[in-house]
Design a protein around this ligand. Structure first.
Ligand code: PLP
Length: 430
């Protein structure tokens, strides 16, 4: 497999774009460096790079592309928006329609507001929670990514009763000191944090199913206990469902576990591949937002007709009968195949999977929190990633990311992927 044109484009990109990429996760820093592959076109479960190599895609653009590339129903909706005007700066009928669709799918959303990215959505829920409670601190869980605004680029202190420190240059220490980070699935540590800071906490920010150190489900009862303890402390529960909304079911993770947060942030899938964010929740809390309330949030592009149309079309596809059952069936077969080949070649792995999303971790027995994911073998993953790429299987270039199946993956794609896994494991075992 040749990557000549990708390499050429990357050299060019390095001259004009900082680091050659517009989001750091696209660089191949975590998988041995070199030029990332430059894609040129996508169709269904496949895309083709600038050297005309074909790949089965499990990146799905880090989650949004659940209906595959260039899905005809979504493409038609976007094309229509393109010919009728993509931005008016006025309200539109589509915003009402889409808001209603989201509310019907996720009952805890009594009121919603659209914006343009997951980062914006989460950022605003925190502002609104602070406005509602009159408190400042937030609690989040270690290793969970919530976007790139200051308050969530914070590292854990030395324990659940210590405040955070900046995880990026440019984040003020004062901002980090408003954030407490505790290990996911550790209710004891969560209680320690609440005992110490409870009456200063505005909100607890939770990925109800973690998607950012691989796919990690909450322990039984964990989310319920977090809800109960948070509310007892007078704080709000915010679910970051930027990855999870419409990923595992037509609706959100909160419905899978039967818990209701006070607010929910969304993004990715709900834009059908176009930029989007949305947040919503209890009416009395959402009414803190301008123009009704004192918490300001706005956006020139918010609720734009193209993103609304793409989002509606995407949910229409996902609402069809059997979509999630099929994702689960194919995901299960892929998981089984990977395990089978690992056993055959003596490769030590753990696979975490839910429905059509999974993560393969090397050299570990279980992953229930960030520390365990961090301890998985990054070098083995890097080798696996590079071998799979050369087999025409595109994975996210990081041991912490998930493989995402789409409605367009077929049995033959899964079997071809398992064959590629077999050859890659055989090479790794040499
Ligand atoms: N929250 C979660 C759980 C995410 O995975 C991400 C992005 O990966 C974000 C928030 C930020 O979303 P965006 O990249 O659209 O700003």
């Amino acid at each position: 497999m040749k990557f000549t044109n990708s390499e050429k484009l990357h050299q060019e990109a390095l001259q004009h774009i900082v680091g050659g990429v517009n989001s750091p996760s696209r660089a191949y820093k975590a998988v041995g460096g070199g030029s990332p592959v430059y894609m040129e076109r996508g169709q269904g479960a496949y895309f083709w790079d600038v050297d005309d190599n074909k790949y089965i895609d499990y990146l799905a653009a880090y989650g949004p592309i659940i209906t595959g590339h260039a899905h005809p129903h979504i493409a038609k909706a976007i094309a229509h928006a393109a010919t009728t005007g993509v931005l008016y700066g006025t309200p539109t009928r589509l915003e009402n329609e889409f808001a209603q669709m989201l509310k019907e799918a996720i009952p805890s959303l009594e009121k919603v507001r659209f914006n343009n990215s997951g980062t914006e959505a989460v950022m605003t829920t925190i502002r609104v929670a602070r406005a509602y409670t009159g408190r400042t601190k937030i609690i989040k869980f270690a290793g969970c990514y919530h976007g790139h605004f200051d308050a969530v680029l914070v590292e854990a202190g030395s324990g659940p009763s210590t405040l955070g420190t900046p995880d990026s240059a440019g984040v003020p220490t004062s901002t980090a000191s408003d954030v407490i980070t505790v290990p996911f699935n550790d209710i004891g540590a969560f209680k320690v944090a609440l005992d110490k800071w409870g009456d200063e906490v505005a909100a607890v920010l939770v990925e109800p199913i973690v998607g950012n150190f691989g796919i990690v489900e909450p322990f039984k009862g964990f989310l319920q206990e977090v809800n109960e303890l948070t509310h007892r402390a007078g704080a709000l529960v915010i679910y970051d469902e930027v990855i999870t909304a419409f990923r595992f079911t037509y609706g959100s993770a909160q419905q899978i576990y039967g818990v209701e947060p006070d607010m929910t942030a969304m993004g990715k899938i709900i834009g059908g591949g176009l930029p989007i964010g949305a947040y919503g929740g209890r009416k009395d809390i959402m009414e803190q937002v301008a123009p009704l309330g004192p918490a300001y949030q706005a956006g020139t592009m918010s609720g734009n007709p193209a993103s609304m149309a793409a989002g509606i079309a995407c949910l229409e596809v996902l609402k069809e009968e059997g979509v999630y059952e099929e994702l689960d069936r194919l995901g299960k077969r892929l998981e089984e195949g990977i395990h089978e080949k690992a056993r055959e070649h003596g490769i030590h792995i753990t696979v975490n999977r839910l429905c059509g999303a999974l993560t393969v971790y090397f050299g570990v027995d279980q992953i229930t929190n960030y520390a365990e994911a961090d301890a998985s073998d990054g070098e083995a993953f890097a080798k696996f990633f590079q071998l799979m790429l050369r087999e025409g299987i595109n994975l996210a270039p990081s041991k912490y990311e998930a493989w995402f199946l789409t409605t367009e993956h077929k049995d033959s794609d899964i079997e071809n992927t398992i064959d590629a896994v077999e050859r890659s494991f055989a090479e790794m075992a040499k």
